[in-house]
Design a binder for this molecule. Structure first.
Ligand code: PHE
Length: 359
């Protein structure tokens, strides 16, 4: 049996002496693998003298188990040590400023949403969200757009196969207005919220993409009137375009979910071929707005005798294009790294009214 003792001592020594995981693996294959030393010895048991066979078999088995256990323990220990060393070597100080060579840029859509949230956040608005796939009730009916209403055709709706509980087909939301409904259904007035998010319409050209972004606003209180709407949106436009005296005007319009309804324009000039936002001889349409229709309030279980307010909706790409001089809407979604390098924003420079919106 001394021969087995020698084998055991030699293998234990080798396991203890293995310096890294590769050496340990080579050792495991050499001892326990298909053609390993211990495996070969066990295969050769048949050739041993019958009276020795049992003791030899038991001895070999015991060594095999012991060595397998030792290799496993040493693998774990070496693995921990390797991880430790790697963690120590790869330490990152996240409090350091961004390196100048950093390549990532913030997409103008994200930047614009951050700017909008900063401005309305300062006015006490909170941010709400809702699902991209909507039911007919929230996208249309609750917003006073009943079935067969012409506004449904104007929205170029994408329909989804699935139907809701009422048997109506689900839609990709055609505007962010359904989130007004969801916000009012679930809570008690007053409300002061904005809803940035994706919207979908089956339309594609220079100024339309099948997916685009809107931001919705909703203010509901006990004595909210058109003057609040005008003041709030005028302040927003002046802050967002960073032109303190930009002229604004409200034109009568129509939306089924607001009464009265208006469209808001800001002043601009096109002298010299370029577009400049500010006092000038021309106007740019910016957003749709109005006083929330009493039927919409009633559809959400809000007492329209007591509560009223205003809502607005605007296209995020559109106001980003105007502010940052981006000529073609489709380029927003081409994921062209050169475009992003040109029109994108430095990371970690979060827009704020104090620190500057687009500094
Ligand atoms: N939902 C309207 C649209 O998509 C915009 C809007 C929102 C108008 C809220 C008035 C009030 O065109």
């Amino acid at each position: 049996m001394t021969d087995l003792d020698d084998l055991r001592t030699r293998l234990i020594g080798a396991v203890e002496g293995a310096e890294d995981l590769d050496a340990l693996e080579a050792l495991r294959v050499g001892a326990l693998g298909k053609k390993g030393e211990l495996t070969e010895r066990m295969k050769a048991l048949g050739k041993a003298a019958p009276e020795e066979r049992k003791a030899l078999g038991q001895g070999l088995n015991a060594i095999k188990d012991e060595i397998a256990g030792l290799i496993e323990a040493r693998t774990a220990a070496l693995g921990d040590a390797a991880l430790e060393a790697r963690l120590r070597g790869e330490t990152v100080d996240v409090t350091l400023p961004v390196r100048p060579e950093s390549q990532g840029r913030i997409h103008p859509i994200s930047q614009t949403i951050d700017e909008i949230v900063a401005i309305f956040g300062e006015m006490g608005f909170t941010v709400a969200e809702g699902p991209d796939i909507e039911d007919d009730f929230h996208n249309f009916t609750a917003l006073n757009i009943p079935p067969e209403h012409p506004a449904r055709q104007m929205h170029d709706t994408f329909y989804v196969e699935e139907r809701d509980a009422a048997g109506e087909r689900l839609v990709l939301r055609t505007h962010t207005s359904p989130v007004q409904i969801r916000a009012m259904e679930g809570a008690e007035p007053p409300f002061r919220l904005i809803v940035p998010g994706r919207t979908y319409r089956s339309d594609s050209d220079m100024t339309h993409t099948p997916m685009f972004h809107q931001v919705e606003g909703l203010v509901i209180g006990e004595a909210i009137h058109m003057g609040h709407l005008k003041g709030c949106l005028t302040d927003f436009c002046r802050a967002y375009f960073e032109v303190p005296d930009v002229p604004v005007r409200f034109r009568p319009s129509h939306f089924p979910f607001t009464e009265p309804s208006a469209e808001m324009d800001i002043g601009c000039s096109r002298k010299g071929g370029g577009l400049r936002i500010g006092a000038g001889d021309d106007w740019l349409e910016i957003l749709g707005c109005g006083m929330v229709h009493p039927k919409v309030l009633a559809n959400c279980g809000v007492d329209a005798e007591r509560w009223q307010g205003f809502a607005f909706g605007m296209g995020i790409e559109r106001i980003a294009m105007l502010k940052y001089g981006i000529p073609d809407l489709r380029t927003f979604f081409e994921a062209d790294i050169r475009w992003l390098r040109h029109y994108g924003f430095a990371p970690l420079e979060t827009p704020s009214l104090i620190g500057g919106l687009s500094a």
